[in-house]
Design a protein around this ligand. Sequence first.
Ligand code: SAM
Length: 264
Amino acid sequence: MKRYLGQNFLVNSYVVDYIISHMCIKTNDFIFEIGPGKGALTDSIVSKAECYYNLTVLEKDKELIPFLKKKFFKPNIEILCGDILRFDLNAYLNNWLLNGKARILGNLPYYISSQILFKLLESRDLIQDQLLMLQKEVADRIIATPKKKEYGKLSVLIQLFYEVEKVIDVTPDKFKPIPKVHSSVIKMSPTDKYVKLVHDKNCLFEVVRRAFSMKRKMIKNCLVNLVSERELQSVGISPTERAQHLPVSKFICLSNLVFARKFN
Ligand code: SAM
């Protein structure tokens, strides 16, 4: 096992099968798995899917590749050795997909899980959904709704682009070696419901960053010099409110207001 590669392999067949059954693999699905390891999830796809699908797995540890190639020697499965952060995912998916979209699967190496999330964001238009195992604490922040203590910058930035839902929590004893942290699987489905309302993404990122820069402060203090109290009220936000209480839609209103002011 290579701990520096985040190698905590799933060894509980109930959890593995639960995750794969949640995917509801359909005919002609194209699945891309990040970090197959010893193939726990891959194996469940191969034995459970009752339709024709295509599957590519990308593993960084080259010592696992001969094992994977032998175990999954099938015409519809491609085994690649590489680093997901350096891999040209857009080019690969564009090459593969005719008009459908890819389904991403991965029990992610936690040491780079945020970087993988932002990498996948770049390929959002080519992705139908992504089923990802993450550290529970990160998953809880991603799916948190306003007023929950986990709700913050990450929740807003991810929910801007995806519908998110928790699939299952997984305790450390379901892995080998046993990790120090709890895990969760979440499903993320790209959506344009918010993105189409945003006038300038960079402006929005800046507003969100500043709004959450001082967690317990009132929004009027976090956004001082950027938005006046009157402007906050004009989009239905009380100046004494905290960022943690505001839904994604309010951050969009605020950033559109700031962006519009640049041109007036
Ligand atoms: N899918 C397997 C399972 O559930 O048992 C293994 C999951 S393990 C948490 C993460 C896997 O990602 C390891 O096999 C590790 O070698 C691989 N990995 C680590 N860094 C990677 C990277 N940058 N690109 C691709 N795979 C990586």
